[in-house]
Ligand binder design. Structure first.
Ligand code: UDP
Length: 494
C-alpha cells in the first residue's frame, strides 16, 4: 500500500497524469532518465512515455517490459534520428558513436533537429508535462507551445551546477597568470580551487565563438525559463549546494535521487544500460562472492572516456603493483581467435592476475558490482551517475576526472564529502584524458583500500550510503520531493 497514491486518488479522482520523457542519447543520460520514467510510472495515476530513436530503443526494451509486467503504465515511442540530415553516418544515434567518428558537433545538430517530431507527438498525445534533458534547450518553447510545463532533467548534481554557475558569473579563471595556477570559485559554500586547464574550452571562450559555447548558452537560458528542474541527487548529500541552487541561484528544483537506488530488484539493476546482461555478468559476481568484504577495488571510467593504449598499460601496471584485487572495466572487445596479447596489457598480465583481478571487456553491471560487499573501493572518472552509485554503495573512491563536469565532482568527493583520494589529474582532455602514471595509481588505490585513512573514509562513505538509501524510502527527502513535484503537476493540469 502506498499512502501517496491513495492521496492522489482522493484529490483527483481517476485523473491520469501523462508525462513525456525525452532522454539525451548518451548512456549517462539515458540510464537515469529511464530510471526516472519507471519511478513516475510506478505511482498510481501516472503514465510515462519515453521517446527515443531506433538504435537506442532495444537498450530499454527489457526493462520497460518488466515495468509493464509489474503493472506500470509505461511505453516507448520511437522517432527517427536525422543522421544524414545532420551529416552523420546512418545509425549514428548515440553520443558515443558520434565521438568515435569525431562528429560531436553534428550530433548536437541532429538532436536539435528532433524538435518538429517532438512537437507532433505533443500534439497527438497531449501529455501533461514534458521532462526533457538539459541538452534539448528547445524543449521549453516546444512545451509552452502546447500549453504544458517543461521540466529540465539535469544529468548532474547541485554541487557541480552551483560551481558552473559561479564560474560563469565571476570568471575567476581570468584572474590567474597561468593555466596551472589555482583560483577559488567565488561565492560557493566551501572554498573550492581549480585551475584553467581543468576547465573545458567552451567555458573559457566567448559565448558566441563556438557551436558548443552557443549550445551551453541556450541550455542556461532554457533552464532558467523552464517550469523547474529535476535533479538526480538527495538532500543529505549536498545540502548547502541544494540550498544555494534554490535560494541563491533562484531555481525551482526537486531532488529525486539517487535514481539508481529506486531499482530494488537484481534484474532491474542488471538491465541498466544494456540490452541483455545477466548471462555473462554472472561470472564476475560469483567471483566476488569468493572474496572477503572490502577486498576488491572496482575500476571503471563510465561510458564515454576512451583512454589510449599507453594509459591502459599504466593502469594495468598500477593495479598489479598495488597488490590489490580488482575488477577493471575496459571499453574494448577481444576479437575472436586473437592469440597474441593485447597491446595495452603488460606481457602475461592476465595469466599472472588469475584469481586476483578480472578484466571486463565492454559493459559491466556497475551497480550490482558496487553493491557487492567484497568491493572496498571505486576508481572512477567522476561521472555524476558513477559518483552517486559509489556513494549509495558506501565505498571510498579514487577520483580520476576526464572531462565534462567531472573536475567539480571530484572536489565534492575529496574535499566536501571527504570520501575519496584524487589520483592527481591536471588537465581536462575530452575522451582520452590526461596522462596518469603507474605510481600515482598505486598510491591512490592503496590510500582508499588500506590503513587508517581508508577506514575513516569508508566509515564516512557508509553513513552517506545509508542516507542515500533512506532518502528514497517512505518520507525520505527524495520521496517527499518526488511527491511534491507530482502534486504540483497534478495541480497545473486540473
Ligand atoms: N555503466 C555501467 N557499466 C559500464 C559503464 C557504465 O553500468 O561498464 C553505467 C554506470 O553505472 C552509470 C552510467 O553507465 O550509471 C555512466 O554514467 P556516468 O555519469 O557515471 O558517466 P558517463 O558515462 O556519462 O561519462
Amino acid at each position: 500500500s502506498n499512502s501517496f497514491s491513495e492521496k492522489i486518488n482522493m484529490d483527483n479522482g481517476n485523473r491520469q497524469l501523462h508525462i513525456f520523457f525525452l532522454p539525451f542519447m548518451a548512456q549517462g543520460h539515458m540510464i537515469p532518465t529511464i530510471d526516472m520514467a519507471k519511478l513516475f510510472a510506478s505511482k498510481q495515476g501516472i503514465k510515462a512515455t519515453i521517446i527515443t530513436t531506433p538504435l537506442n530503443a532495444p537498450l530499454l526494451a527489457k526493462t520497460i517490459q518488466r515495468s509493464q509486467n509489474l503493472g506500470a503504465e509505461i511505453e516507448v515511442v520511437v522517432i527517427k534520428f536525422p543522421c544524414t540530415e545532420a551529416g552523420l553516418p546512418e545509425g549514428c544515434e548515440s553520443l558515443n558513436m558520434a565521438i568515435s567518428h569525431g562528429l560531436v558537433q553534428d550530433f548536437f545538430k541532429a538532436t536539435a533537429m528532433l524538435e518538429p517530431q517532438i512537437e507532433q507527438l505533443l500534439q497527438e498525445h497531449a501529455p501533461d508535462c514534458l521532462v526533457a534533458d538539459i541538452f534539448f534547450p528547445w524543449a521549453t518553447d516546444a512545451a509552452t507551445k502546447y500549453g504544458i510545463p517543461r521540466l529540465v532533467f539535469q544529468g548532474t548534481g547541485f554541487f557541480p551546477l552551483c560551481a558552473l554557475e559561479c564560474l560563469r558569473l565571476y570568471e575567476p579563471y581570468n584572474n590567474v597568470s597561468s593555466d596551472s595556477e589555482p583560483f577559488s570559485i567565488p561565492n560557493l559554500p566551501n572554498e573550492i580551487k581549480l585551475t584553467r586547464e581543468q576547465l573545458p574550452d567552451y567555458i573559457k571562450e566567448n559565448v558566441e565563438s563556438t557551436e558548443l559555447a552557443k549550445l551551453f548558452k541556450g541550455v542556461r537560458e532554457s533552464e532558467a525559463r523552464s517550469y523547474g528542474v529535476v535533479v538526480n541527487s538527495f538532500y543529505e548529500l549536498e545540502q548547502d549546494y541544494a540550498d544555494h541552487y534554490r535560494k541563491v541561484m533562484g531555481r525551482k528544483a526537486w531532488h529525486i535521487g539517487p535514481l539508481s537506488v529506486w531499482n530494488k530488484d537484481t534484474e532491474d539493476k542488471a538491465h541498466r544500460g544494456k540490452e541483455n546482461s545477466l548471462d555473462e555478468d554472472g561470472y564476475c559476481l560469483k567471483w566476488l562472492d569468493s572474496k572477503k568484504p572490502h577486498s576488491v577495488v572496482y575500476v571503471c571510467f563510465g561510458s564515454v572516456a576512451a583512454f589510449n593504449d599507453s594509459q591502459l598499460m599504466q593502469i594495468a601496471m598500477g593495479l598489479e603493483a598495488s597488490g590489490q584485487q580488482f575488477i577493471w572495466v575496459v571499453k574494448k572487445e577481444k576479437s575472436y581467435g586473437e592469440e597474441e596479447e593485447e597491446e595495452w596489457l603488460p606481457e602475461g598480465f592476465e595469466k599472472r592476475m588469475e584469481g586476483k583481478g578480472v578484466i571486463i571487456r565492454g559493459w559491466a553491471p556497475q551497480v550490482l558490482i558496487l553493491e557487492h560487499e567484497a568491493i572496498g573501493g571505486f576508481v572512477t572518472h567522476c561521472g555524476w551517475n558513477s559518483i552517486l552509485e559509489g556513494v549509495a554503495a558506501g565505498v571510498p573512491m579514487v577520483t580520476w576526472p576526464v572531462s565534462a563536469e567531472q573536475f567539480y565532482n571530484e572536489k565534492l568527493v575529496t574535499e566536501v564529502l571527504k570520501i575519496g583520494i584524487s589520483v592527481g589529474v591536471r588537465r581536462w582532455v575530452f575522451v582520452e584524458g590526461d596522462n596518469i602514471k603507474r605510481d600515482g595509481i598505486v598510491k591512490a588505490v592503496s590510500r582508499i583500500m588500506v590503513g587508517e585513512e581508508a577506514e575513516e573514509m569508508r566509515s564516512r562513505a557508509k553513513v552517506l550510503g545509508e542516507l542515500a538509501n533512506k532518502a528514497v524510502e517512505d518520507s525520505g527527502s527524495s520521496c517527499l520531493d518526488l511527491n511534491a513535484v507530482i502534486e504540483d503537476l497534478m495541480a497545473i493540469g486540473s
